[in-house]
Design a binder for this molecule. Structure first.
Ligand code: MN
Length: 424
């Protein structure tokens, strides 16, 4: 299916849910992101769409037959677009559904938000060349960007079991680290705990084992995007990552935001995808005219930090950096095409991480490792604190939004997690 702008993107469309018409909301009627919520602790998860400061229960509204998010994600691209159009029409001011759907609304302030779906498999990529170069300079000063980077969308298989919903805390990991002046490693709490500003890419239908998803069909197999924080223990990572890549430095926790913004909702914010002059062009299986014309997505991304001291003082936090997804070196379609070129199967609810999304400028690093030069130049915060790495009690908040002249601003909400002390 091609990208299409339709009535669901019309900036003039208003909702009978009044809070959705507030220019400041992340969730106007033009967005309609999917997620799971529950009204009572320990109750069953319901599937819903965020609208203003409310969530619409899709089953109660009669839009889907059950509360299984992965069966919605597994619908084909046309059926998903039609579902979005039905939701938009029913939430529009003056619609016939106004009175019946009112009972299917819940205030977001009164529900618990979970992971958007049960995640099957999780792969983390490495799509920012700015991140790869800055990190590479610290790990391998003579050889920062490995020769395969501009040809292969680099990735590794991560663990779905430790992906946490936004708002959940986790313990600082223990692990094996080796200081340069020691001849033996030791076990202890990570002293170089970091965050990674990423987007999560949620797979829709996917492919059967042995089949390949070509570039021109790749976006049909993507349900949408969410915010993703791939917490990383840099001291564990530095000691363990060669020769097979990240392992325990990454799999103790990652945090995914509750709302998945569909590719249909992101259609107005598409931008051309291009390579810097002189860089190799992608191999044919990673290239298409459509990708060159509209393969990029302009999403403004922000990292915020709220330390325990800020929380005690009633301060919401301080912004550490911003970046834009349009600066990624590999597009969403290229990740799908590459992941399946060998016949690897993707299934509804599988998750890709984009990898840390750093911008070209030094202050656009998507991790503390970049912003603090590996801990050597701690960030000075406005309240007098400093951070080379994360400390216990720190809350990291990721935010994202899209804006373009002539369209409504839509947001991805937030992705939030707090570091607790290690077990010893
Ligand atoms: Mn990562």
């Amino acid at each position: 299916m091609t990208l299409a702008l339709d009535a669901t993107h019309d900036a003039a469309r208003l909702s009978w849910v009044e809070s959705a018409n507030d220019p400041a909301t992340d969730f106007p009627i033009q967005n309609l992101p999917f997620g799971r919520f529950r009204v009572q602790n320990e109750g069953a998860w319901c599937v819903g769409v965020a609208i203003g400061d409310q969530v619409l229960d899709l089953q109660d509204a009669g839009l889907v037959p059950n509360s299984d998010m992965r069966s919605i994600m597994g619908l084909d691209a046309l059926a998903r677009r039609q579902l979005r159009q039905s939701i938009s029409a029913g939430l529009t001011q003056g619609s016939a559904q106004h009175s019946s759907w009112k009972a299917a609304l819940h205030a977001l302030s009164g529900v618990e938000l979970g992971l958007p779906c049960d995640i099957g498999d999780y792969t983390d990529f490495y799509t920012s060349i700015h991140h790869a170069t800055t990190i590479g300079k610290q790990l391998r000063p003579d050889n920062p960007l490995l020769p395969n980077y501009q040809w292969v969308p680099i990735g590794y298989h991560g663990r779905a079991s430790s992906i946490l919903p936004s708002g959940e805390s986790f313990r600082r990991p223990m692990g094996q680290t080796k200081a340069p002046d020691q001849d033996r490693p030791a076990l202890g709490p990570s002293r170089k705990l970091d965050y990674e500003l990423e987007l999560g890419i949620v797979i829709a239908q996917g492919n059967a084992l042995g089949e390949v998803i070509a570039m021109n069909h790749a976006e049909d197999q993507v349900f949408g995007l969410a915010l993703f924080n791939d917490w990383s223990a840099r001291d564990i990572q530095a000691w363990e990552y060669q020769p097979l890549g990240p392992f325990l430095a990454k799999n103790f926790a990652s945090t995914l935001s509750p709302w998945v913004v569909t590719l249909d909702a992101l259609a107005p914010y598409r931008v051309p995808f291009s390579r810097p002059e002189g860089d190799p062009q992608p191999l044919p299986y990673l290239d298409s005219e459509r990708n060159r014309l509209t393969g990029g997505i302009s999403i403004e991304l922000e990292v915020w930090l709220q330390t325990a001291q800020m929380r005690q003082a009633g301060q919401a936090g301080e912004q550490l950096s911003q970046a834009n997804y349009r600066d990624a070196y590999w597009s969403v379609s290229q990740l799908v095409a590459h992941h399946t070129v060998n016949g690897c199967n993707l299934r509804p609810g599988d998750l890709f991480g984009t990898g840390t999304l750093s911008g070209p400028a030094p202050d656009q690093g998507g991790s503390l490792m970049e912003l603090s030069a590996g801990g050597k130049k701690p960030l000075q915060l406005a309240n007098g604190e400093a951070r080379g790495w994360l400390e216990d009690g720190d809350t990291v908040i990721l935010r994202g939004y899209c804006q373009r002249e002539g369209f409504r601003r839509i947001g991805l909400g937030e992705c939030r997690g707090t570091v607790l002390a290690s077990r010893c």
